[in-house]
Design a protein around this ligand. Structure first.
Ligand code: FAD
Length: 318
């Protein structure tokens, strides 16, 4: 499979790509295929598959106490990536995260991916929430995405986590990493976050993918600042159509992003979910048209609870 970073710089028109979640534990893989089937006519250049660490839960006991245990609600990232790449012949981009995954587990995943012929990755720290309560021994776990990046770079050079050689890496992993036009929630300021983005690129990230945003100006300003900071790789906008009015308060809380006033005013007028979804598609189409006019290398869609809307948007712009 080609390195998707090369397609980003050589494509004559903006690439279409999207992100999928593995099915909830116990659900069929056909749920995932149904989303790909819905969107494949728009010629996706690649499909990302998210990764999810285990969460701590407390199970009520007959004596009234609670037993702490862990569950992984969405296992199967590597397997779903392989299934999609084999079934559709579209490059799959599994997300590799360091929260909740030890360095050893990461190495096993990289070995599996190498055997499976999956050569594109997105490297991330992972959501920190519930896993933060677990003890993450720094000897066994990475702290930041850039620490994970060093492991992948070593792997690409044929060096395992304990320094032993790894043979048979014909195609090194091509990887992208995350960036945040509205600043990562934990970064003290945007300048700090830009330094993080620069470290990622200097360390070998071939492209960056943004957190979702609804105000294109924030993306354009961010790209300008990245270029001033010497970041020259493609910066792929991550876009999500809003499908329900209540998302205008949920998304800012979860993702630390703003909803522009003009958009929230329109969403406030929606009396039904269908009206909110139509409003979300309209906003998203306008956003994408402007991004394309201004020359973005591609648009990456977040499809979670939004695949029908993504289809509507893709129909309008591709
Ligand atoms: P990092 O780059 O490690 O940054 C985290 C914070 O630490 C930032 O504030 C940064 O400025 C700071 N920082 C970074 N390096 C250093 C350093 N060396 N010293 C001091 N501070 C530092 N989450 C999942 O769990 N699974 C997914 O599949 C997933 N997919 C995603 C896809 C995209 C495109 C995006 C944008 C996010 C995704 N996330 C996913 C969420 C992501 O894991 C969270 O946003 C997470 O909180 C940060 O990830 P990161 O890779 O940007 O972390």
């Amino acid at each position: 499979m080609p390195a998707i970073a090369e397609r980003m710089v050589s494509a004559s028109s903006p690439l279409f790509s999207f992100e999928l979640l593995p099915p909830l534990k116990g659900n069929s893989v056909y749920r995932v295929y149904s989303i790909v089937d819905k969107l494949r006519e728009f010629d996706p250049a690649y499909i990302n598959i998210t990764s999810h660490h285990s969460e701590a839960i407390y199970v009520p006991q007959p004596d009234g106490s609670h037993r702490r245990t862990t569950i992984r609600r969405r296992p199967g990232t590597v397997a779903i990536a392989a299934a999609i790449q084999n079934r559709y012949g579209i490059p799959a981009v599994p997300h590799i995260i360091c929260k909740g995954f030890s360095k050893d587990e990461t190495e096993y995943a990289l070995l599996d991916l190498n055997f499976l012929g999956i050569t594109n990755l997105l490297l991330l720290r992972g959501d920190s929430k519930s896993v933060d309560t677990m003890i993450q021994d720094p000897e066994k776990y990475h702290r930041y995405a850039t620490d994970l990046q060093r492991q992948v770079n070593d792997f690409n050079r044929g060096i395992g986590i304990d320094g032993t050689p790894i043979e048979g890496i014909e195609t090194p992993f091509c990887y992208g990493m995350a960036c945040y036009p509205e600043k990562h929630e934990e970064a003290p300021n945007l300048a700090f976050d830009l330094r993080t983005a620069k470290m990622k690129v200097d360390g070998g990230a071939r492209y960056l993918v943004t957190q979702m945003f609804f105000d294109n100006e924030k993306y354009f300003e961010f790209v300008t600042r990245c270029r001033e900071a010497g970041i020259t790789v493609p910066i792929i906008p991550g876009i999500k159509p809003i499908t329900k009015a209540h998302q205008m308060t949920v998304l800012p809380r979860v993702f630390h992003i703003d909803i522009p006033e003009a958009f929230s005013n329109e969403l406030m007028k929606c009396q039904t979910d269908a009206a909110a979804a139509a409003c979300g598609v309209e906003w998203c189409v306008a956003q994408c048209r402007e991004l394309i006019e201004r020359g973005v290398p591609g648009i990456h869609f977040y499809t979670h609870y939004a695949s029908d809307s993504v289809r509507e948007v893709a129909k309008a712009i591709y």
